[in-house]
Design a protein around this ligand. Sequence first.
Ligand code: GLC
Length: 584
Amino acid sequence: MSQTEQRSAIPQHNTEARFEEPTHGPSTSSEWWRRSVIYQIYPRSFRDTTGNGIGDLPGITAELHHIAALGVDAIWLSPFFASPQKDAGYDVSDYRAVDPIFGTLEDFDALIAEANRLGVKILVDLVPNHCSNEHALFVEALASPKGSSAREHFIFRDGRGVDCQLPPNNWQSHFGGPAWTRITEPDGTPGQYYLHLFDSAQPDFNWDNPAVGDEFESVLRFWLDRGAGGFRVDVAHALIKASGLPDWDGRADGADSPGYPFADAPMFGQPAVHEVYRRWRSICEEYEGERVLCAEANVHPIESMADWVRPDEMHQSFNFPFLHTGWDHAALKAIITRSLKAFGAVNAPSTWVLSNHDVPRHATRLGATAPSPRPGDGLGPQDEQPDIVLGLARARAATLFMLGLPGGAYLYQGEELGLGDNTMLPNEHRQDPSYARTNGERLGRDGCRVPLPWDDSSSSLGFSDSAASWLPQPAEWAKLTRQAQETDPDSTLNFYRNALALRSSSQLGLGNLNWLEDTTNGQLLGFENTGVMVALNLGVEPVALPAGEVLLASSSEALSPAGPEGSAVLLNPNAAVWLRRASS
Ligand code: GLC
């Protein structure tokens, strides 16, 4: 901690901290999800106790105390249900069973018991848009005749054109290729097509059929009864499709394209979907302990996303526009302002997230020296490699800035160790279905899913007791193990611990944001929240900070003295700080 004093590097009036019109965050409330920090565990890459190279539930139970000690409120567990693993578990064949590679239901119960002991909640990943083609209902649908009630659980249609050679419409799969697959009827003749917005191993449910809704309400209760703290809801915006399934020439992922605004996409954001979540909210409210729902609703613009978190719907929705905003002063300010306004209008918190299992980690994105040749996709060995040092500096700065914002925050396992992607992953290891479905044109998401480095006890860096690891770890991770960072006060791990502790003690999650007027030509992005000034230097020159007490800086290199006397402090480029300003 050091006292700082203003010097002349920025105009004097900036340090008097003039604020723009306040932008209010969510109102103060004891509801834990308004200010929560939720840590995503990707089970297959967390900790392997069986030596098969794939993480498992006992591994999570054994190491959960490390994550609780970080200071998080809850864990979101990516899918661990019975699954052929065609999309890493997002293809569920039994929603009430644990896949044997991850353990058993008893292992889940043991995990809940440990989580309760440590005071963290466990949110389960619910995948209601589609299941696996090995799910009993789909197997039954295939074995049943056209027009049968079994087929009505899914979206089967006849093809178009001569001999129905063409799919029922022109929809494309998110993972590439058509969104329809033709089946062979039980009598051996070429048959109907079924819809799959993702892989052909992931048939979409027919949510117009009330039996589907009934089934999911029962699944919800199954996990709530077992102690789940709530659900992260996969592809929550896609359940209901526009009637008639009209053709769509816009993008498969729904991002706006010229002439095809997201709002018109027939497979996303249909109004009836909100009824589903109203029912689920009321089910959650039957249970004690404030069970929550968080939407993966990739809808645009952010004002529409707020519809998912109206008071009687979900509690939170992932703020993907924030995640996708790069190192850009104006764009960050704009999306944060819009987010707080949009969610505030429905009295919901905004969430903030920088990494997850579907996107390159922020340490990699922010270290990219050239724009990705495949926007939104991972980097591969043939691409220009990211600057690891710059990426980590910016990642820590972006995290500190994010954790200063009012609302809920999401962390992805390993970001507290400063991990980036494995950008040198040899292609033979790639398992993401988008890699095969696009003939390698898209590299897919494997690079951000690499098993965690714990210590130097095995050649898989303590991930597994054996050398096995379902994806190879980058060589530089040997220096980034949890064990190596444990006692280093400047490590990324200790930085995260400090940031989370201060965020909690200063109640930043429940605060309000007031932008600090920018007089630095778009270098310093700053705001005040609950008496804490949060500042991020996105420019290329050091910027002087107002006088005050530095609470936390993004690294030991974030600050430097302004002059030989060392009487003022500069915030260096690619760095962030939390500061309590000296009272005037
Ligand atoms: C979500 C998941 C992603 C998965 C997809 C299909 O976007 O986060 O990993 O592939 O849904 O279930």
